[in-house]
Design a protein around this ligand. Structure first.
Ligand code: AMP
Length: 276
């Protein structure tokens, strides 16, 4: 496994990789969710590149950029075990030199859900992912369903800008009690960790009611909100039942529908979703 910190070196080694090349972009502090993406890339491609980069431009001024958890030594040991070929770990100074002044912006699908709550977030995501795609030039890139809107936005960017790669979405990996794995779960104290199970319980409730025949999106949203409000440590940011392509909110829930939520547990903002 080679660990690379500069763009030039990454480009040089890229030319030597066997095709096709699978790519997994991450912000590090790896868990089983990330490693599932790496394993999927490993089974589908003779070469696997993973990037670790905590991208400053996707964090707002109130966000957790400074305290975002980091442990590169542990990450590298885990990636070595997964037989990763190259780990690309550029510095922020290399990715955003002082003269940097270009941005990639995707339209309407970035305005909803996460985009509405975190202005500028997706502009940072699409810009860094476009840069990473240009540097790594993967055949396929792997994204988690955990960040459903991110995967939708990236697919839209790739289609609209004719980027020459395939985007693969991988199912969400969960803890035994249903909590979606996330680097941010590390912020939770034991009491908050217990409270955080309310996210998956709420998604499961929506699925159960829908399977029992409830197709009225407002009624489903109300039931979801009521369940979250029973958890004193939880603070709702949004509860959404939307078309999985356009992210338009639905009135009537026919398949497929994206049920997504963002909930703060203490100061930690968690997101999760399921597709009906
Ligand atoms: P991050 O390091 O949070 O930027 O995540 C890197 C990639 O891993 C993204 O494509 C995420 O959607 C994906 N990912 C994070 N958590 C999970 C999870 N629990 N299950 C599946 N994929 C995940």
């Amino acid at each position: 496994m080679k660990v690379i910190e500069t763009v030039d070196e990454m480009r040089r080694l890229r030319r030597e990789l066997a095709e096709p090349v699978g790519f997994v972009p991450t912000m590090g502090y790896l868990h089983e969710g990330h490693l599932t993406l790496v394993r999927r890339a490993r089974t589908e491609n003779p070469s696997v590149v993973v990037s670790i980069f905590v991208n400053p431009t996707q964090f707002g001024p109130q966000d957790d950029f400074d305290k975002y958890p980091r442990n590169p030594q542990r990450d590298l040991a885990l990636l070595e075990k997964e037989k990763t070929d190259i780990v690309f770990m550029p510095s922020a100074a290399k990715m955003y030199p002082p003269q940097f002044n270009s941005w990639v912006e995707v339209g309407k699908v970035t305005e909803r859900l996460e985009g509405a709550s975190r202005p500028g977030h997706f502009r940072g995501v699409t810009t860094v992912i476009a840069k990473l795609f240009n540097i790594v030039q993967p055949t396929r890139a792997y994204f988690g369903q955990k960040d459903a809107q991110q995967a939708i936005v990236i697919k839209k960017m790739v289609a609209d800008l004719n980027m020459n790669l395939e985007i693969v979405t991988v199912p969400t990996v969960r803890e035994p009690d249903g909590l979606a794995m996330s680097s941010r779960n590390t912020y939770l104290n034991p009491q908050q960790r217990q409270a955080a199970t309310v996210l998956y319980q709420t998604l499961s409730l929506a699925q159960k009611l829908w399977l029992q025949g409830e197709k009225d999106a407002d009624k489903l949203r109300q039931e979801m909100i009521a369940l979250i409000q029973k958890q004193p440590l939880a603070d709702i940011d949004y509860v959404s039942i939307a078309d999985p392509e356009t992210l338009d909110e639905l009135d009537t829930v026919n398949s497929p529908a994206l049920v997504a939520l963002a909930v703060k547990i203490g100061k930690t903002r968690l997101i999760d979703n399921i597709v009906l």
